[in-house]
Each structure stands twice: as structure tokens, then as C-alpha cells.
Ligand binder design. Structure first.
Ligand code: IDP
Ligand code: MG
Length: 152
């Protein structure tokens, strides 16, 4: 099953949106298989956003993502990388589709409340930055899985 890395960014945490943001992914039926709150160090932030090094917004991005705790998650589901990006909405909140997280909760690209990996390779890379393999709960079953197995 495909996995992606999702994070409630520091502005999402500071605004009290943790529950609202996680709920978007849970109600889709995606399975959360790892989660923790942490304040990214500069080292972690630089690894995470290595692809943006040298861009005009890079220093502000590193300051932003290290400015407070984030809630980091590994989320599993069918085609979840693309599906989660769809739920998040475009990087620019003023262009994001109505009903997406960024359209609903953010005003500027700089503070857009949520992160999601942009492809499967990025997802695996980002997951390995934030989680050790033993921190991922790979094998649990949803209640629906268990009921189906019981043949009820
Ligand atoms: P994404 O988060 O939708 O994948 P990226 O292009 O990967 O978007 O950019 C990473 C993050 O960097 C964005 O979510 C946003 O917080 C910030 N960012 C991207 N482009 C700009 C910009 O032009 N100005 C300010 N911040 C930006
Ligand atoms: Mg990105």
C-alpha cells in the first residue's frame, strides 16, 4: 500500500487546527500509521526542504518550519500521495479549490498550514527523515478490517 508523509505545519499547530487537519485525512479512509509532535531542528528542516535550497523564499521557509512544533504523520492508502495533495489543495491558498485544507484555512503561500509529499520517492525520503522504521505501526487493522475477517 502506498504511503505519504503529511505534517501539520507550525502555523496549523499554533492556530489550533491539528484536529481539523487530521480529520480530513481520516474521513477519507486513509490510515495513519505513525504520528508525533516535534519541533524540527534546522538540520531536519534543511534535509526536508533540500530541493528548495537557493530559492528566494528558502531562508524564510526554514525559519517558518523550525518556528514551533509540527505534527508529523505517515499516512497509508490507495494512491495516497496524489489523493492527499488533492485534499490539501494548491500551494497557493488563493488558487486552491474550495473545500481543500489550504483554501479553507490559509491566506498566503508562505503560511499554508499543511505539508504533503509530492511523489512516492519524496514520500519515502521524507518519512525516513522524520521516522525510524520502528516508529511506524505497519500491521494494525481497522475495526472494519476485523469485522470483515470475522465474516460478520
Ligand atoms: P508544496 O508544499 O505545495 O509542495 P513547494 O513548492 O514544495 O509546495 O514549497 C514548499 C513550501 O515552501 C510551501 O508549502 C510554502 O510553505 C513555501 N513556499 C513555496 N513557494 C513559496 C514562495 O514563493 N514564497 C513563500 N513561500 C513559499
Ligand atoms: Mg513540496
Amino acid at each position: 500500500m502506498e504511503r505519504t508523509f503529511i505534517a501539520v505545519k507550525p502555523d496549523g499547530v499554533k492556530r489550533g487546527l491539528i484536529g481539523n487537519i487530521i480529520e480530513r485525512f481520516e474521513r477519507k479512509g486513509y490510515k495513519i500509521i505513525a504520528m508525533k509532535m516535534l519541533q524540527p531542528t534546522i538540520e531536519i528542516a534543511e534535509k526536508h526542504y533540500a530541493e528548495h535550497k537557493g530559492k528566494p523564499f528558502y531562508n524564510r521557509l526554514i525559519n517558518y518550519i523550525t518556528s514551533g512544533p509540527i505534527v508529523a504523520m505517515v499516512v497509508e492508502g490507495d494512491n495516497v500521495v496524489k489523493g492527499a495533495r488533492h485534499i490539501m489543495g494548491s500551494t497557493k491558498p488563493d488558487e486552491a479549490e474550495v473545500g481543500t485544507i489550504r483554501a479553507d484555512y490559509a491566506q498566503t503561500m508562505e503560511y499554508n498550514v499543511v505539508h504533503g509529499s509530492d511523489c512516492v520517492e519524496s514520500a519515502e525520503r521524507e518519512i525516513s527523515i522524520y521516522f525510524k522504521p520502528e516508529e511506524i505501526c505497519r500491521d494494525w487493522k481497522t475495526t472494519l478490517d476485523l469485522i470483515m475477517e470475522d465474516g460478520k
